[in-house]
Each structure stands twice: as C-alpha cells, then as structure tokens.
Write a protein that binds this ligand. Structure first.
Ligand SMILES: CC(C)(COP(=O)([O-])OP(=O)([O-])OC[C@H]1O[C@@H](n2cnc3c(N)ncnc32)[C@H](O)[C@@H]1OP(=O)([O-])[O-])[C@@H](O)C(=O)NCCC(=O)NCCSC(=O)C[C@@](C)(O)CC(=O)[O-]
Ligand SMILES: NC(=O)C1=CN([C@@H]2O[C@H](COP(=O)(O)OP(=O)(O)OC[C@H]3O[C@@H](n4cnc5c(N)ncnc54)[C@H](OP(=O)(O)O)[C@@H]3O)[C@@H](O)[C@H]2O)C=CC1
Length: 437
C-alpha cells in the first residue's frame, strides 16, 4: 500500500551492511525498507525523469530539457544520537564512499555532535550621497522600532511562524572611492526558508523610509551571502585506535592529519583545497535537497576569509586522552521551503529520506557530512595519498570513457585497479582483450 508522505519518518538504522555491493535497484529497496519511504518517493528516485519538462520549464528560463546527476546515499551517519541516511547528488567518485567510511568510524565512537544558531539572515540597504555618515547611523539606530515595523509588515506568515526582522545594524564606510557610504543591515529570522526572497522584500520595503530618515540615496537592497548570524557546527571525537590501519598506527595517522590541517591554517593555497574537500561533502547534500549551492559556497569561502586571510573552515586537535577532535563552524543558509526545495520532486523525496524537521536540522546534517569528508581526505592525504582510494573508484568512469558497457564496466575497472594504471588507453586495451577473448 502507498504510504502517505507526511507521516513522521520511522527511526532509521543507517548502518546498511553490504550496501556497496548491491545493485541500484536493491539499494533503493533497502533504503525504502530502512526509512519507510512512500511508494511515490521510491518511484521518483527509481525513474530517470523525476523532473518532468513542464515542471522544469516553470523553474528557470529557456528550458530545453533536464540534466541528470547520480544520487547516492551516504550510510553510517549518527548525529546527536540519531541515525541518518544522507542523500548526496554529486558527479565525483569516492565522495559518497569517503563520507560513509568516516561516518562508520565516528558512529562507533559516539557519532557527530552538532548545534546551530537561529536561522538569521542579513539584508543590506546601501546609502550613498551622505556627507555625515555617523549622523545618518545615529538616526537609523534611533528609528530601529519604525524600521522593524515596516520590515515585519511584509511577511505575515513568517511572523506567525516566530520569524521576522529582529534587529538592525548600521555599518559606516566613511571614505570610499564614491564618497561616504552607510549600510543598514536587517537581521531577519527566516525560520525554515533559505530566506533570500523574504529578506530582499523587507530590504526594498524599508528603503524609502531609510532614505527619508537620512537624506541619502538608496542603491542596493539585497541579502548578504556572508550569513555569519546563521551558523551550523559539528564536532567529532575519534580515539587513536579507531584510526589505525594495517599500515599506519593511530598516532601516525593523527600526527599526519594535524600536520595537514596546520598547513591549511597558515597557507591559503592549501586552505582552498582543504575547504574544497569539506564542500565535497556539503554541496551534494545541498544539491540533493534542492537548495542554492552558490549561496552556500559564497558564504563558506567568505567566512573562511573573515579574519582577512583565507583559512581552514575546520579545526583538528587532540584532547587530553590523545583522541582526535575535529570541529567545523560555518554559515549554512538552507531551507525546507522556497526555491527548488518545494518544486523539485526528488528534492522533496530526499528531504523525506533525511527526515529533517527544520532548516536548522538540515544545516547541522550538512556540516557533519562536510566534517566527515574533510577527515576522509586528510586521513588519506596524510598517509597513503589520495590516488589509491579515489582512483580505484574513478576507474569505473575511465572504463565508461573507454567504451565499456554493462557488466564490462566493473570488469575493466577491476583490471585497471589491479594493474595500478587507471588510464583510458589502458582501459581500451583491456576492453579490446575482453571483447576479443
Ligand atoms: C575511498 C575510500 C573510502 C576507500 O577506502 P578503503 O580503505 O579502500 O575502504 P574499505 O574498502 O576498507 O571500506 C571502508 C568503508 O568505506 C566505505 N566504502 C568504501 N568503498 C566503497 C564503495 N565502493 N561504495 C560505498 N562505500 C564504500 C564503506 O562505508 C566501507 O565500509 P563498509 O560499509 O563496507 O563496512 C578512502 O580511500 C577515502 O576515504 N579516500 C578519500 C577520498 C576522498 O576524499 N575523495 C574526494 C575526492 S578528492 C578531492 O576532491 C578533495 C581533496 C582530497 O583534494 C581535499 C583535500 O585535499 O583536502
Ligand atoms: N544572493 C542570493 O543568494 C539570492 C538567492 N535567491 C534565491 O532565493 C530563493 C530562496 O528564497 P526564500 O526566501 O527562501 O524563498 P521563498 O520566498 O520562496 O520562500 C520563503 C517564504 O515561504 C513562506 N514560508 C512558508 N513556510 C515557511 C517556514 N516554515 N519558514 C519560513 N518561511 C515559510 C514565507 O512566507 P510567504 O508564504 O508569505 O512568502 C517565506 O517568506 C532561492 O531560490 C535562491 O536561489 C534570490 C536572490 C538572491
């Protein structure tokens, strides 16, 4: 029988044994079994055309079709004592495997702990043509209640839900190439929305009053993607022995991770790659849930540079018992309503797989996956290097590029890994041999 989609999701066990060795159909069936997913959601993931052309045409402009990407499920996640199966949309091999692996290590050691601030976004109202910027600031701060009232008159539903414009800030730039500038910030609790449209509407609404109060000219009225009032955090603790492998002791692993981390702290060339590794985990969750990944990327990198020099979004250290402690804190402006979260059927189904109830919960899951991904990359880089694990999984892509079809893909990929030579020409040779024989 088809299950209704709005019933609370059953408790999930995210440790799906042998998941990697199943076919996509078997994995979908296991996912449905684990999450109690409605038949309609199973159908959405199972069919290649979940986003029909008519719906797609309503989402953006000049639509000619849709573009598919793989959707994988990261297993093993335990966050704040609750298990999650995490949908990830990504084109890069080894990302889902790496997240699942680190989540497996973490779950045996208490999993991830997360927290977040209230979902407060900033909107900016730029004022130019002012000779007394500090006087203008003073007038705006004195008119706080009036400005809040105008902003809050624009979104009755948001106010009813407990959100709305909660405060203002006024930033002064006394000297710019275009004269003094004053920028009013609206601090808006957007509840379960990403909030761009909501805060942009408020910024436009207050603009005439702001101009009148200050005598200035209003130019920009737009959100800031540096959502530094809307932070999500995750922490993981992994004892030394949990990191040990046949080749490397746990202590050696931790030392390598700390040295890799230190370089990301001091060197922007390394920090960019380190943070890309974090976004390897976060972006696929953002995409799977229909959220705005450009906004998340912009916020992440601006936050990483907030001290004036670009640095790591995560921290890695050792506690008094010698265990590795990883933490992350970053802006996470995601929504469960608005944008494509409501219009893309697969995004809706992905949110039901996650079973998140609030945008804050989704934000916390996303940063936990980012931290797991960072740990996976550092663990590999600090010891054997990235190529063994990554290239072994990339071998299937190379086999496809070389022309392998169906079951040939796994056979050729296995041959490439065995030869330690994951290249297209080698794959073509192996394919010719396979077909010739
Ligand atoms: C790739 C692994 C996980 C292999 O690692 P491994 O040791 O070969 O894995 P394993 O076979 O022992 O399996 C361990 C677990 O990994 C998962 N796993 C393992 N294989 C699969 C698979 N095929 N399908 C699904 N899950 C898989 C799975 O959870 C499995 O446990 P199980 O559940 O089976 O008991 C490891 O080498 C790794 O984590 N490498 C890092 C990969 C990575 O970071 N990829 C991102 C791309 S590189 C990049 O863009 C970022 C970077 C690196 O530049 C960032 C930076 O510089 O900081
Ligand atoms: N720089 C950027 O990042 C920019 C991004 N964007 C885009 O804006 C879109 C996101 O804007 P967003 O404001 O989130 O979307 P929407 O305006 O579509 O949705 C927000 C609205 O949904 C209604 N709503 C219903 N339930 C809730 C709830 N539980 N919590 C909060 N609001 C609720 C609210 O009121 P009501 O129903 O009254 O509207 C709210 O204003 C994305 O597509 C993004 O790409 C746009 C401009 C710039």
């Amino acid at each position: 029988m088809d299950r209704p989609t709005d019933v609370p999701r059953q408790a999930v066990n995210s440790r799906l044994e042998g998941y990697r060795n199943k076919t996509p159909e078997q994995r979908l069936a296991m996912l449905a079994e684990a999450t109690g997913l409605a038949d309609s959601d199973i159908a959405i993931f199972g069919q290649s055309g979940a986003l029909d052309p008519v719906r797609a045409n309503g989402m953006i402009e000049n639509v000619v079709g849709t573009f598919q990407l793989p959707l994988g499920i990261a297993t093993n996640f335990t966050i704040n004592g609750r298990d999650y199966l995490v949908p990830m949309v990504v084109e890069e091999p080894s990302v889902v495997a790496a997240a699942s692996y680190m989540a497996r290590i973490a779950r045996d050691n208490g999993g991830f702990q997360t927290s977040s601030t209230a979902p407060v976004m900033r909107a900016q109202v730029q004022l130019v043509g002012i000779t007394d910027p500090y006087g203008a600031r003073s007038k705006l701060l004195a008119a706080r209640e009036q400005i809040l009232a105008i902003a809050n008159s624009r979104d009755a539903l948001l106010i009813k839900l407990g959100g709305g414009c909660k405060d203002i800030e006024v930033h002064v730039f006394p000297q710019t190439a275009r004269g003094p500038m004053v920028v009013l910030h609206l601090l808006v609790d957007v509840r379960d929305a990403m909030g761009a449209n909501a805060v942009n509407t408020m910024a436009e609404a207050v603009a005439p009053t702001v101009a009148e109060l200050t005598g200035g000219i209003v130019r920009l009225r737009i959100l800031s993607n540096l959502a530094d009032q809307r932070l999500a955090r995750a922490r993981v603790r992994v004892p030394e022995q949990a990191l040990a492998t046949k080749e490397y002791s746990g202590r050696r692993m931790i030392d390598g991770i700390l040295e890799a981390y230190e370089l990301a702290v001091i060197d922007p060339y390394r920090a960019a790659t380190h943070n890309k590794g974090i976004m390897n985990g976060i972006d696929p969750v953002i995409l799977a849930t229909g959220n705005d990944w450009r906004a998340i990327e912009a916020g992440a990198h601006a936050y990483a540079a907030r001290s004036g020099s670009y640095t790591s979004l995560s921290t890695w250290e050792v506690d008094s018992q010698g265990a590795l402690i990883g933490t992350i804190e970053m802006p996470m402006a995601v929504g469960l309503v608005g944008g494509a979260t409501k219009t893309h059927p697969a995004a809706q189904a992905a949110l039901r797989v996650l079973g998140v109830k609030t945008a804050q919960e989704l934000a916390e899951v996303a940063v936990a996956v980012g931290l797991a991904q960072n740990m996976a990359a550092l663990r590999a880089l600090a010891t054997e290097g990235i190529q063994r694990g990554h290239m072994a999984l990339h071998a299937r892509n190379i086999a496809i590029v070389a022309g392998a079809l169906g079951e040939e893909v796994e056979t050729i990929a296995a041959g490439l890994v065995k030869a330690g030579d994951v290249r297209t020409d080698r794959a073509q040779t192996l394919l010719a041999e396979l077909r010739g024989g």
